[in-house]
Design a protein around this ligand. Sequence first.
Ligand code: PMP
Length: 423
Amino acid sequence: DRSVCAPLPVLGRDVSVPLVTGGEVTYAALDYAASAPALQRVWDDVAAYAPYYGSVHRGAGYLSQLSTDLFENARVTVAEFLDCREDDQVVFTRSTTDSLNLLAAALPAECQVFVFETEHHASLLPWQDARVTYLDAPRGPGEAVAILERALAGRDPRGPALVCVTGASNVTGELWPVRELAAAAHAHDARIVLDAAQLAPHRPVSVRDLDVDWVAFSGHKLYAPFGSGVLAGRSDWLREAEPYLAGGGASRKVARRADGGVDVEWHESAARHEAGSPNVIGAYSIAAACKALTEEGFDRIVYRERHLIRTVREGLAEVPAVRVLSLFGDDAPRVGVISFVVEGWNSSHFAAALSAEYGIGVRDGLFCAHPLLRTLLGSDPQTQGECGAPEAAPGEKSLNAIRVSFGAGTPDEHVERFVRAVK
Ligand code: PMP
């Protein structure tokens, strides 16, 4: 059915880029996992609101009131999108990285944290100040649950504990068994936060169904422009924590004390962690994306994505020099994120050639997941500067990889051109 299969209109789909061989070609954005282009309808929605935007929470003027309503309604829309529980909180942040750092700053005393070494650095690193246990890379979803079960069984049962897990890998695209990991966490009185940066753009995320305590995601990967993100979930740890940032908006009452100091009463709501003037357009655009994706329907998005994944995987399988990276094996369910190496090629040069000769934008490097890349490549990954890597000597293993990723706005022609170019 062509209508089901049609890509959703996104910004930048008509942009032409010059080729080193002469001429121009329409840019094939195949780096959705880094940042997805905004959906046209999200952009239109934001553009319609833009003339009216004003400061939130403090202004008496009409536009301030309007913006405050839209900002607060954006929370409701996000809560609905994530199928949150009644008493969950939605905090607007800058990004997934910011959301997970906020939660890390809100951990109760003596909290133990369990995290797989395969995580993106955003979910791997924020817990350094806690008692963190890094779990070995599992080779399948069942093994992931078994490894977590074993670690939790050996934990000190007196203190609080948190498990942090990514729903879909930003390297392999593989889906993690979130529901099962949440059940294991809860069976051991631990809580769980889901890094949904890569999952939310590709699959519906239900806090209730998955039974996770928190979810973090970024707007710019969910077809929303502007630097905003979300941390949604249980309010207790957030309410009891010191504010993430101290300042206006987070404080309800501030007064000088007789001893010369200052007493502060902090808000208990999400505002406690949103000090300063919030990114109203960012929050509004996330809500617009949530609405757009819900209305378009994930069935359609998943259906189309399967077709694109098949095209890429079958195409790559025809090139003997290509090795697709996978932790869970070929049959594992996955989203449209595929990493690979090409024997005899430096991945950075390969990605540069895709861009210069074919107008295709992919990513090369280690994808902010160095321990995972070490496991997948079987070599010590190395970077040179921002993203390059030294040439692997003939016969040696690759030192970094190439990632192609796509989604709801990707036309067939982009992945077909990619396959042709690799061949
Ligand atoms: N987690 C995962 C799985 C990601 O892929 C990314 C972004 N690559 C992040 C977290 C961090 O997202 P952001 O850069 O928007 O904070």
